[in-house]
Design a protein around this ligand. Structure first.
Ligand SMILES: [Zn+2]
Length: 520
């Protein structure tokens, strides 16, 4: 019974009698097969916190010298016997596989010194969703740029004891925003992982206070953070060598150049900075491609098909999986009449470019299109033209290419909504921007909306004959996107159902993702 634990969970506690039992119960119920210890560091509680912890049979260490969460964490870490120290908070509840996940992440990443996860507020108040997404996306970006998360949660953070001790632990840290500090220091010893599936449910009591107080606290924290950064960069300067200086300059350059590049690539449809994107054909011939996004959406898609048929023109339709499910006949008609179908996602969620749901959404659309029309598109158009490096990699992995556009008149749609629907200026705008090889963006739908003002595409329907006639008058001919780019329209290998099984994946997803279950 005296063998050493592999992991030590440290919980600093100051008057946590109310929430601690639930926390300890969740930690006792972990499915981790190895040996672990739980240490509660009682930071001077007067409400029986220590007694409750003792009743649970966990180690209790009194710590009354200084009332500080970092001081208490340090006392706990000093007493810990496990090779991996796991930070936990008394006001949080941990899912059954939490500890196992931590252990297996460290086992499969020997180069990692620390592991950060996420916390989700148990009580869903109105801005929790915004805050949660913001935190997650900041971390995703930060991991991509600096190889470590930016917003580290104290409630679910683990590190190797050896690396931590070599940094002199928490010493010098005094406030909670400095999770960032410990993370930054640890990252000098090795990799800091960010695992979105490692999460805990935490109480929102800390943030459920009057906005004014929260803002003052945020300001104070911000000031302390600034002071910390100044201080740490000063001490960095003192120990500077040519090599570290070069390293620092390289890092600054990386931030200065790379971050705007990723943002540019994300927002500018024609940009290939985040991965290869086709937005026009390389030709001097007067050939252009008409593309229609967000359909099928009736009656507009059929009206557009009638117009194209009357001019004997072939176009490319970037359809939304959900819309194909609603209008399967129209989807088949597009193909029957010789037009090309491209994938424009299943749900048309722009946020999918940032999260990993993007590749699932793309696959789901592939499946639906294949089921209904029998083709497996080779072209993918990201919703709103938003792209991230990882999303474009996923597009490539699925055997597709990303296609955006080089001519659009989206603002005319906005004008139409403001009550100035006029096809002439719309057509004029498109025609004036058109040059050989350009890909023209038009819409036959609006996301997954149908039968509302926004999804009313009668302006496009009215402008289309004008656009075609004026461009033909200038000597242009119309080709499909695959013809313009000289790429295949569809993937040769048929789409195999068993390889994907999206429904099953989704079921597992929601089971393992409480945010989804909680509706945030
Ligand atoms: Zn779209």
């Amino acid at each position: 019974m005296n063998h050493r634990p592999e992991l030590s969970i440290i919980i600093p506690a100051l008057n946590e009698a109310k929430l601690l039992p639930e926390c300890l119960r969740s930690l006792e119920d972990q499915d981790y097969p190895g040996h672990y210890e739980i240490i509660v560091v009682d930071n001077g509680s007067t409400d029986g916190t220590a007694g409750i912890a003792r009743d649970f049979g966990v180690r209790v260490i009194p710590c009354t010298e200084i009332k500080s969460v970092f001081f208490a964490r340090q006392v706990g870490a000093d007493a810990a016997r496990g090779d991996i120290i796991v930070q936990a908070d008394a006001d949080s509840v941990y899912p059954g596989g939490w500890l196992n996940r931590i252990a297996s992440q460290f086992a499969s990443h020997p180069e990692a010194v620390a592991l950060s996860g996420r916390f989700i507020y148990r009580d869903g108040f109105w801005w929790a969703r915004v805050e949660y997404l913001l935190r997650h996306h900041i971390n995703r970006m930060s991991v991509a740029l600096f190889s470590r998360p930016m917003v580290v949660s104290g409630a679910t953070f683990a590190f190797r004891r050896g690396s931590f001790l070599s940094l002199d632990g928490y010493r010098g840290l005094s406030y909670s925003a400095d999770q960032y500090g410990i993370c930054a220091r640890l990252s000098k010893r090795g990799k800091v992982l960010y695992d979105r599936d490692l999460y805990c449910l935490t109480s929102a009591r800390r943030v459920q206070r009057p906005t004014f107080i929260l803002m003052m606290e945020a300001l104070a924290n911000f000031a302390r953070w600034g002071a910390y950064l100044m201080q740490s960069s000063l001490s960095d300067l003192r120990g500077l060598t040519t090599r570290t200086l070069l390293y620092g300059v390289a890092r600054l350059l990386r931030v200065a150049v790379f971050a705007p590049m990723v943002l540019y690539g994300y927002f500018v449809p024609a940009s290939s900075t985040n991965g290869k994107v086709y937005h026009k054909g390389e030709t001097t011939e007067k050939a252009v491609a008409l593309t229609f996004d967000d359909g099928p959406n009736e009656p507009y898609t059929s009206e557009i098909l009638d117009i194209l048929a009357s001019f004997n023109i072939k176009a490319t339709f970037f359809v939304i999986g959900k819309n194909v499910e609603i209008y399967p006949e129209t989807g088949r008609r597009i193909l029957d009449e010789g037009h090309v179908i491209g994938n424009h996602s299943h749900t048309h969620n722009a946020d999918h470019a940032i999260t990993r749901y993007g590749s699932r959404d793309l696959r789901r659309a592939q499946q639906v299109i294949y089921d209904i029309s029998g083709v497996s598109p080779h072209l993918y158009r990201p919703p709103h033209g938003r792209k991230t490096p990882w999303q474009l990699k996923a597009v490539q992995r699925e055997g597709l290419i990303a296609v955006t556009w080089s001519v659009s008149a989206n603002d005319q749609h906005a004008l139409a909504l403001l009550g100035k629907p006029s096809p002439e200026p719309f057509a004029r705008k498109i025609v004036s921007k058109t040059r050989p090889g350009k890909i023209i963006l038009l819409h036959d739908g609006y996301g997954t909306a149908h039968g509302c003002a926004k999804s009313d595409r009668s302006l496009t329907v009215k402008a289309l004959p004008l656009i075609i006639k004026q461009l033909q008058g200038k000597g242009y001919r119309f080709v499909t996107v695959p013809d313009l780019l000289d790429v295949p329209a569809y993937n040769g290998t048929p789409f195999h159902e068993p390889a994907y099984g999206y429904g099953r994946e989704l079921a597992t997803e929601s089971a393992s993702n409480p945010a989804k279950l909680a509706g945030i």
